[in-house]
Write a protein that binds this ligand. Structure first.
Ligand code: TZP
Ligand code: MG
Length: 204
């Protein structure tokens, strides 16, 4: 079983004008204690994604575990540490055929049925959300609230990451509802290092 840090940072390329600013945010997050980081790019082509991923890995070195959103092929090509997939991506079994048994695999879920299904796969951790309203995802599933996190906790013993609208102001109650970690995009953007430090201070 893997152990997740309390904070799982996500860098979405759409929030950065170029790769240099993405890398700057990444190094600031690492300076603030982040050790698990997902690269998310919903608009770039495969070549752009691979270029940016390689730069990200170069600027971070080995201090941070890097997870590729959606794409097992780019995870391997960029030599990342794992892949995170949703309900419309390759199945966990399909992803394992590509990445093998060792790299990390996370699966997004949005309701109890999906949690139960994902629990019986070879995923290393599950994500559940959106817990609160989010502006960072196009066409998000319905908000599940803290009750949705509690329900998910009751359905899996895999490490559980809560996502969606989580901030320094509400993260404590999300962990109290049973999540092992919180995944965050927007509340890390303005001052990445300071925000990350505060998340860790709040969550211990
Ligand atoms: N999946 C469910 S909500 C979400 C994703 C990728 C976006 C989370 O971003 P934010 O800004 O922390 O709400
Ligand atoms: Mg996906």
């Amino acid at each position: 079983m893997i152990t997740l840090p309390r904070l799982y940072a996500i860098l979405d390329s759409s929030n950065f004008p170029d790769t240099a600013s993405l890398c700057l945010a990444a190094t600031e997050l690492a300076g603030g204690g982040v050790t698990l980081l997902q690269y998310r790019n919903k608009s770039g082509n495969a070549r752009q994604m691979l270029d940016q991923s390689r730069e990200l890995k170069k600027c971070l070195g080995d201090s941070v575990k890097l997870i590729m959103n959606d794409r097992a092929d780019l995870c391997l090509a960029a030599e990342f540490d794992g892949v995170h997939v949703g309900q419309d991506d390759l199945s966990p079994e399909g992803i394992r055929k590509v990445i093998g048994g060792t790299l990390w695999l996370g699966v997004s879920t949005h309701n109890p049925r999906q949690v139960a299904d994902a629990d019986s796969t070879a995923a290393n951790y599950l994500a559940i959300g959106p817990v609160f309203a989010t502006a960072s995802k196009a066409n998000p599933d319905p908000v599940i609230g803290l009750e949705g996190v509690r329900k998910a906790r009751g359905l899996t013993r895999k490490p559980l990451v809560a996502i969606g609208g989580i901030t320094r102001a509400n993260c404590r109650e999300v962990i109290a509802a049973g999540a092992d970690a919180v995944a965050v995009i927007s509340d890390l953007l303005l001052e990445p290092r300071k925000s990350a430090e505060e998340f860790f201070r709040i969550l211990g």
